[in-house]
Design a protein around this ligand. Structure first.
Ligand SMILES: Cc1ncc(COP(=O)(O)O)c(C=O)c1O
Length: 399
């Protein structure tokens, strides 16, 4: 399965269009000044150790720094070569072909690609409603009889029957903070429901949380890991808080699962990139990461506010959107019958790109939705891009 997002990038000359399609961080958030000094500092401080192979779990200095930041024992920290690898190794250790993974929707495409590679049977979690759903949030429960296409899985009759027919539900995959693609955050209640369900099914929760540190408004909600440390694998990432080019992330979880991940990681890449880990250690422990986060969050808050104000100005009646309290995305719902996939070629030829929301649903439904990214687009392109998008949507509504 090719990623629809990467396909869009292959097709278009990004410099010529207003693209809300990608998910890249803003380049201005990269700590370039720190990065002028960090390589020399790492070489002076760690010498040739920084150029050697390192421990499979990650260098002790970075594991300790992550453990201290998140208040967990070092034995519960595994460094990964990014959180995409985190998703991949979790799937590898937890799933055999045909096993069931439950996911909330809309969900992250990179995770679906990984699940597919391991031939898992991915099913929507009953009770998880898409953003802007007029029915509001419903409790998530294994007894939840779905009456709508969102909660209807391939078996078409909800989680109870998922269990009945196939006892091999292996894990629940969730993106509780500033979801990609919807930008939404799960409430504490919803997190507790996920935990209750996982306990009932006796399965692991994979909490994919690369945006958690990017909260720029609202109140922090406890991690699922903090609610169920015995069965949660919490995935973090340096991609959005340092630089994605370093490909560094971490998993916090129970030792017995990390032991399996350790064996799996040995076969995959022996160890995460050592020099990069030392740079991340210094960046984190010196306080530079927190200082940079303040700037990063201010930048994204400003961009979110700009996008929301432009949507209010240019979107026709009937279009609604999520209001992210962090992260890089918001999600549009167009009036029923307006098809974001059908509209796509016209949009691209006129100079605006987005990702159709239906790609993020297992059954390709919700064709009247789209994901917009506000972190990467040049700021001066935001207004012409959203004006154009508003006109195109209005044109389709009028037809
Ligand atoms: C929800 C989610 N998980 C994981 C990733 C992978 O991030 P990385 O591998 O750069 O840590 C992304 C990237 O956009 C994402 O949106």
């Amino acid at each position: 399965m090719r990623s629809p997002v990467r396909e869009i990038f292959r097709k278009v000359d990004l410099s010529a269009i207003c693209s809300f399609a990608g998910g890249y961080p803003a380049a201005v958030t990269f700590p370039v000044d720190d990065l002028h000094r960090l390589p020399g500092l790492v070489l002076d401080k760690y010498g040739t150790k920084a150029l050697q192979y390192g421990a499979t779990q990650g260098v002790p200095e970075l594991r300790e720094a992550i453990a201290a930041r998140y208040g967990v024992p070092v034995s519960r920290v595994q460094i990964t070569t990014s959180s995409q690898q985190g998703i991949d190794v979790c799937t590898r250790i937890l799933c055999d072909p045909g096993d069931v993974i439950l996911t909330t929707e809309p969900t992250y495409l990179g995770a679906l690609q990984s699940f597919k590679a391991y031939r898992a049977d991915v099913r929507p979690l009953a009770g998880a409603l898409p953003p802007n759903d007029p029915r509001g949030s419903r409790p998530i429960s294994p007894r939840d009889k779905p009456s709508d296409p969102v909660s209807a899985g391939p078996s078409d009759d909800g989680l109870n029957s998922v269990q009945d027919r196939n006892p091999a539900v292996k894990f629940i995959y969730v993106i509780p903070d500033f979801n990609n693609p919807s930008g939404e955050t799960m409430t504490l209640e919803q997190r507790k429901e996920i935990v209750a369900l996982a306990r009932e099914l006796d399965v692991v929760i994979v909490e994919d949380s690369p945006y958690r540190e990017l909260r720029y408004s609202g109140e922090e909600v406890p991690t699922i890991y903090s609610l169920a440390p015995e069965r949660t694998l919490h995935l973090g990432s340096f991609s959005k808080i340092f630089a994605p080019g370093f490909r560094l992330g971490w998993i916090i979880g129970p030792e017995e699962l990390l032991e399996q991940i350790y064996i799996c990681k040995q076969a995959l890449d022996l160890c995460p990139p050592v020099f990069d880990q030392y740079m991340a250690t210094e960046f984190l422990t010196s306080g530079a990461l927190d200082a940079n986060l303040v700037k990063t969050k201010a930048e994204y808050r400003r961009r979110r506010d700009l996008m929301v104000s432009l949507l209010e100005k240019y979107m026709p009646e009937g279009v609604t959107w999520t209001y992210p309290e962090g992260g890089l995305f918001l999600f549009l719902t167009l009036p029923e019958g307006v098809d974001a996939i059908d509209m796509y070629d016209e949009a691209l030829s006129k100079g605006v790109a987005y990702v159709a929301g239906s790609f993020f649903f297992l059954d390709g439904s919700h064709r009247n939705t789209m994901r917009l990214n506000f972190s990467f687009i040049a700021e001066e392109k935001m207004e012409p891009g959203l004006k154009l998008l508003g006109e195109i949507i209005a044109g389709v509504i009028r037809k």
